[in-house]
Design a protein around this ligand. Sequence first.
Ligand code: NAP
Ligand code: MG
Length: 509
Amino acid sequence: MNASPALTQYQIPLQPDPSAAVAKFLKRPPRLFIGGEWVESKSRERISVVDPATGREIASVADANEADVDRAVAAARKAFESGPWADMLPADRQALLWKLSDLVEKNMDELAELESIDNGKTKFMATVVDVAGTRDYFRYMAGWATRIEGSTFATSIHGPPGVKFHTYTQREPVGVVAQIVPWNFPLAMAAWKLGPALATGCTCILKPAEQTPLTALRLAELIAEAGFPPGVVNVLTGLGETTGAALVAHPGVDKVAFTGSTPVGKLINKSATDTLKRVSLELGGKSPVIVLPDADIDSVIGGAANAIFFNAGQVCCAGTRLFAHKKVFDRVVEGISTAASSIQLGPGLDPKTQMGPLVSREQQERVLGYIESGRKEGATVVAGGETPSSPGFYVKPTVLANVRSDMKVVREEIFGPVLVAQRFEDLDDIAALANDTPYGLAASIWSNDLRAVQRLVPRIRAGTVWVNCHNFVDPNMPFGGFKQSGFGREHGRAVLDLYTELKSVCMAI
Ligand code: NAP
Ligand code: MG
């Protein structure tokens, strides 16, 4: 991230042509994946898919309507209740998931390229983060299929004389699951949803985000190729307000798993109340990056820059609010700003690109609107702050200083490459400052002072606290939010709670 001259930094190269495999995929007719078949939408409407690096349409996908939702739910219900999936041994579910992860690996290059031209991220990042993460996630969840447990426990039931009781619990799949995912890590978010559902024996209807439907459709082809029975996974491309809302309201759906914005999460939770569906919500964040006075400044600068600029800041746990102690504030902000100004923007398929465009024109305008609002409220733009000249949806990596905690840029989730930097003086105040947000997804603390760190960790109201690192996730490390960042934990053993019902069996013997 160093040493590129500032003048050429924001001259945006052209997007290279896609590979033959991707070009062929893009020409594929708009279809939905229902009951193991590729079918036309009953709506006949289309959603345009745009390459964020060029602003041009590259494909179109079907827009599923309520009738399509009905069909998908019926297919998922049928697959859940009868046929090969319902009777399948856990070891065979494990083998299918493992096979799917092998197919993801085999098709890594194509999937990464599709993700790059759909979302804007670099193909390099799509390869090492999104697609590799998807492969590993399916592989990890494959293991859980054969490790699902209940327990036996003592009871003190007063039964008829001489009668004893044998009591135990067993975990059973929750049923038909609607999975609604966002556009920032489209394939990986699909894997986080499908992996545990398939390991536990549920059936699924996946709705990718309207901006980024391509890898979910390619994944559906791989799911069929792996040999999952028809109806186990259904993929409906469509709009949130129609397809998504119909899935959430549908009485045939047992659970909704959602990742996305907090306002939509609240809507989903309300709508799901009517049918008392199980709901898990992984929502927005405004995660603090807390730099204590003793921290190693070089690693803070690299780590904090990555915390906010990774995936162009379109990360739910991005480190968006920097709190640096007054002794180190200037050095940290200067270092991050220098790093920001050296990041090479460009299209995702250009190997020289370090940061791609944002996902959509709407998101670009939203992020630029936040920067403008920060300026108007008195923030200083230390780096970036505008868009380079390009038809693509770029925003320069931006650092705002002189911010106050009542400013919109400090309070609201921006979901772009914009850091707001604040200085603090007293260690006793930092937890309150960090927690002064409706969100509670993640935080990072940068320090080698073990006592200070250990005292601070329990005071931070967030689902993940990183120390001397940020944005690292692992399939075995629970992930989810406190407060308005949602509820439920994905990954690890904890995710089994989201996809199973616990049944108590009480047997008189
Ligand atoms: P969003 O509206 O929350 O979208 C997430 C998913 O929910 C998409 O598949 C969306 O479909 C669907 N959806 C939207 N409205 C729905 C409804 N009423 N019922 C059921 N499903 C619905 O997020 P967005 O519009 O893509 O982005 C807006 C903001 O959300 C971002 O700027 C960012 O602040 C935040 N965000 C957070 C995360 C995260 O991981 N925490 C991820 C993405 C975005 P459509 O694609 O058709 O909208
Ligand atoms: Mg939306």
